[in-house]
Design a protein around this ligand. Structure first.
Ligand SMILES: [Zn+2]
Length: 175
């Protein structure tokens, strides 16, 4: 059992963290081997499955770990609009989320239907790291269109609530 008051003191976490660091002893982002931390790709929010899921861990140095939250600060300056963002999965010609970093020019792949936007992705089931890439992509999209929307929906049931992840990362009160 995890004591959610002090989850990082738990035996389970210390074991899984050390295993991860032995396997990946360098920052995933800048490859340094100094000041390493094990980051949850998707915030666990006291969800046991995300907290102890090996696929939800990545090694980051303290600096890159800090930058992960930093890019969300840019979004805080934008107006929030209730425009729907629909994400369709399993679309044959859709964007491959496993590809390299998204460029700002990729943002034009969002289809604008006036009162909502659609983005098609090739993948069907998303892993935590693919969800993280999707979030990075959405950040660029929001910065380009100069607003943020928490009205993000998938075409089929997906266990990840992107709106909630955005709110947590931005430090916005979740309802
Ligand atoms: Zn780093």
């Amino acid at each position: 059992m995890i004591n959610w008051k002090y989850p990082y003191n738990s035996k389970e976490w210390i074991t899984i963290k050390n295993e991860h660091l032995n396997k990946f002893p360098y920052c995933k982002n800048c490859f340094t081997t100094l000041n390493l931390q094990v980051d949850h790709i998707l915030e666990h929010n006291n969800n046991l499955n995300l907290f102890l899921n090996k696929n939800n861990l990545q090694t980051l140095c303290w600096k890159c770990h800090g930058n992960k939250s930093l890019y969300m600060l840019n979004l805080k300056k934008l107006n929030v609009k209730d425009i729907k963002i629909k994400i369709n999965l399993n679309v044959e010609n859709g964007l491959n989320i496993e590809g390299n970093e998204f460029l700002f020019s990729d943002v034009k792949r969002f289809l604008n239907y006036g009162n909502f936007y659609v983005i098609n992705l090739k993948q069907n089931n998303l892993t935590p790291s693919q969800v993280d890439k999707l979030i990075q992509y959405l950040v660029k999209f929001f910065i380009t269109i100069k607003f943020i929307s928490f009205n993000i929906v998938f075409n089929n049931a997906v266990e990840f609530d992107l709106s909630k992840i955005f709110k947590i990362r931005m430090g916005v009160n979740s309802d």
